[in-house]
Each structure stands twice: as structure tokens, then as C-alpha cells.
Design a protein around this ligand. Structure first.
Ligand code: PNS
Length: 167
């Protein structure tokens, strides 16, 4: 029987429980998922490439269904190089849809060889985004329960422990 692969791409700056939710649910459909971290981004990430890789590795260490990899350049070129034609992405809200629809449509224009599978984020994670996590942590709020413990520790090491919102 052939092995079903998917690529789960993103910036993961930082990894959130929303990402983990999508990945776990993706693994109910795919045998292996390659988490492809976009590195050398034009925008400067909060966490350096190496740190973002470490956060993913720490989370999925020991799960041989999950491969952590990095890519630069176009996602469709990476997918072609890896010979994996399916991209997995999470959809949280209508606002995500526009962005995802644009990217998927552009990628389809670039190549017809890659298709997307979108999964809806679980209802307890639908408002969690890396952008909000960075903003809350940077302003002294608690991100407990929204990111893995080791990611929380990295955020607090960067910004200090929370002064509001519990934690
Ligand atoms: O987690 P993000 O920031 O929403 O992920 C976006 C990402 C990295 C998947 C997207 O920006 C991407 O695929 N970047 C690689 C460059 C590329 O292919 N750009 C054209 C997309 S239409």
C-alpha cells in the first residue's frame, strides 16, 4: 500500500497548540506529514530559524510520522522537489479563508501539480494565532494553554513572566 504524505508549511513563529491540533488531525488522514518551516523569511521573525526548528523538534520528537524540514523559496518548488503533491493548512475563520484562497490560487497558477487540504481548527483553538501569541506575551499577558510548555518558557525568557491574565 502506498504511503500518503502531506506537507504542512508555515512560519511557526512560534508554534501554537492550534498548529499541533491541525497536525494531529492531519495524521488521521495522512501516514506521514512533513512540517516545512519557511526560513530566511523577508520579514524578520521573533524566533530565529534555528529556534523555530527546535520548537517543532521538541514537540514531535519520537513520532516518526512527523518529519521536520525547512524550505526557502516557493512552496510549490519545495513540494515538487519532495514529490509530495498535497499541502495541509488550517482554517480558523473567514478572515483566514481570503489569505489561504489567494495563496492556493497563486500556487495553482504556478503549478497544477500541488493541491491543498484545509482542516478547520478545533473550536477551542480557533482564535489562536502566532501573531496574537507574540503580542500577548510581549505585553505581559499569559499564553498558558495556548502553546506547548517549552514554547511558553521561551516566550517568557524573551519577554519576562506575565503580569496579567493568570500564569
Ligand atoms: O504560517 P504562515 O506565515 O501563514 O505560512 C505562510 C507560508 C510560509 C506557508 C507561505 O507564506 C509560503 O508558502 N511561503 C513560501 C513562499 C511562497 O511560496 N510564496 C507564494 C505563496 S502564494
Amino acid at each position: 500500500m502506498s504511503v500518503r504524505h502531506a506537507i504542512y508549511p508555515g512560519s511557526f513563529d512560534p508554534l501554537t497548540n492550534g498548529h499541533i491540533d491541525i497536525l494531529h488531525r492531519g495524521l488521521l488522514i495522512f501516514d506521514r506529514v512533513v512540517v516545512a518551516i519557511a526560513v530566511n523569511l523577508r520579514k524578520t521573525p521573533l524566533f530565529a530559524d534555528e529556534e523555530r526548528i527546535e520548537m517543532l523538534r521538541e514537540t514531535f520528537a519520537g513520532d516518526d510520522r512527523v518529519e521536520i524540514d525547512t524550505f526557502t523559496g516557493l512552496l510549490v518548488d519545495y513540494a515538487r522537489r519532495r514529490a509530495i503533491p498535497t499541502v495541509l493548512r488550517g482554517l480558523r475563520a473567514v478572515s483566514d479563508f481570503e489569505y489561504e484562497f489567494q495563496m492556493a490560487s497563486m500556487n495553482r497558477r504556478l503549478t497544477g501539480e500541488v493541491d491543498y487540504l484545509f482542516m478547520m481548527t478545533s473550536e477551542d483553538q480557533y482564535y489562536v494565532s502566532s501573531t496574537l501569541i507574540r503580542e500577548v506575551a510581549a505585553n505581559g499577558g499569559s499564553v498558558e494553554g495556548l502553546v506547548p510548555k517549552h514554547v511558553e518558557a521561551r516566550l517568557y525568557a524573551r519577554f519576562g513572566r506575565p503580569v496579567v491574565g493568570g500564569g
